[in-house]
Design a protein around this ligand. Structure first.
Ligand code: FPP
Length: 256
C-alpha cells in the first residue's frame, strides 16, 4: 500500500510517479546518508558556505519526514565528523547553532511522525548547549516507536571502532574474563549502533565517491548510491530515486 506522504508528494507530480513504482515490501530497512556539497552549492551562488548549511537544514527536514512516512526503520545522517572540528570556528559554531534551531523547531514534526531521535558519536566533545538540546530531544522522543533517526556528531568510523575496543576491554576487565579471541559479534555489541541493523543503503550527495570514515564497520555489505545533487538541493524526489535504484540491485553478500 502506498503511504500517505502528506504535503511531501503533490498530486500529478514526478514524485507521485516515483512513489507508485516503489515496492514497499522491499524497502531498505536502514538508510545512511553522507550529506555533502553544502559549501560548493553556496559558492556556485556567490554566497558564504554557511548559506549552504542553512539551506541544507531544509533538506534534513524533508528527508527525515519523507523517510519516516515511507516506512524506513532507521535513518542515519552524517552531520559532523571528528575531522570537521578543523573547520573555521565560525563555521563550526554556525553548524551547531543550526542543529540546535532544528531540534527546537522540528521536535513537533518528530513527535507527529513518531520518530525517535538518537545522536551517535563522541558526544562528550559537544558544547553544553548542544548536548543539552540533544538530551532533551532524545528524552522527549524516547517513547516514539516509528523510525529511529540517528544523527552522527563528532563521529568517525575509526574512532567508533577504537571506542568499541576500549569498551570491550573495560568489560573484560570488570568480569575478570581474560580471553584470547574477539569475535565480530563482540565488536558489534560495543559500537554506537549496537543492536541496530547495518545500513542497507548508503547515499552520498555531491558526486564524491568516498566513504569518508562513515560507519566503516557497518557498511561491509551496504549498497552505495552516489548522486551528483548537492545536499541543499536534495528533496523527496531524490530519496525516492535512491530507493528505486536500490530496489533494482541484487544483493549477494559474497554468495554466487
Ligand atoms: C557537508 O557539506 C555538510 C556538512 C559537513 C554539514 C551537514 C550539516 C547540516 C546540513 C546542518 C545541521 C544538521 C542537522 C542534522 C540539522 P560541506 O560543507 O562539506 O560541502 P563542500 O564539500 O561542498 O565544502
Amino acid at each position: 500500500m502506498i503511504p500517505d506522504m502528506g504535503r511531501l508528494v503533490r498530486r500529478g507530480s514526478e514524485e507521485e510517479t516515483l512513489l507508485a513504482s516503489v515496492d514497499f515490501k522491499k524497502l531498505p530497512r536502514h538508510v545512511a546518508i553522507i550529506m555533502d556539497g553544502n559549501g560548493r552549492w553556496a559558492k556556485k551562488r556567490g554566497k558564504p558556505r554557511v548559506y549552504g548549511h542553512r539551506t541544507g537544514v531544509e533538506s534534513v527536514r524533508v528527508t527525515v519526514e519523507t523517510a519516516a512516512r515511507l516506512g524506513i526503520e532507521i535513518l542515519t545522517l552524517y552531520a559532523f565528523s571528528i575531522e570537521n572540528w578543523k573547520r573555521p570556528k565560525t563555521e563550526v559554531d554556525t553548524l551547531f547553532r543550526l542543529l540546535r534551531q532544528y531540534l527546537s523547531k522540528e521536535l513537533k514534526t518528530l513527535l507527529d511522525n513518531n520518530i525517535r531521535l538518537q545522536p551517535i558519536g563522541r558526544l562528550g566533545d559537544l558544547d553544553a548547549a548542544t548536548a543539552k538540546a540533544l538530551r532533551r530531544a532524545e528524552a522527549e522522543t524516547s517513547g516514539c516507536t516509528g523510525m529511529l533517526f540517528n544523527v552522527a556528531l563528532s563521529y568517525s568510523g575509526r574512532a567508533e571502532i577504537a571506542d568499541a575496543f576500549s569498551s570491550l576491554m573495560r568489560e573484560v576487565k570488570k568480569n575478570d574474563r581474560a580471553g584470547t579471541t574477539v569475535s565480530e559479534k563482540d565488536i558489534a555489541r560495543h559500537l554506537y549502533t549496537a543492536g541496530r541493523g547495518d545500513p542497507d543503503l548508503l547515499i552520498r550527495t555531491s558526486g564524491e565517491q568516498r566513504v569518508s570514515n562513515f560507519l566503516l564497520w557497518q557498511i561491509a555489505y551496504t549498497e552505495i548510491y552516489v548522486t551528483p545533487v548537492f545536499w541543499p538541493d536534495f528533496r523527496t524526489r531524490h530519496l525516492l530515486e535512491a530507493v528505486l535504484d536500490y530496489q533494482h540491485r541484487e544483493r549477494r553478500y559474497g554468495r554466487v
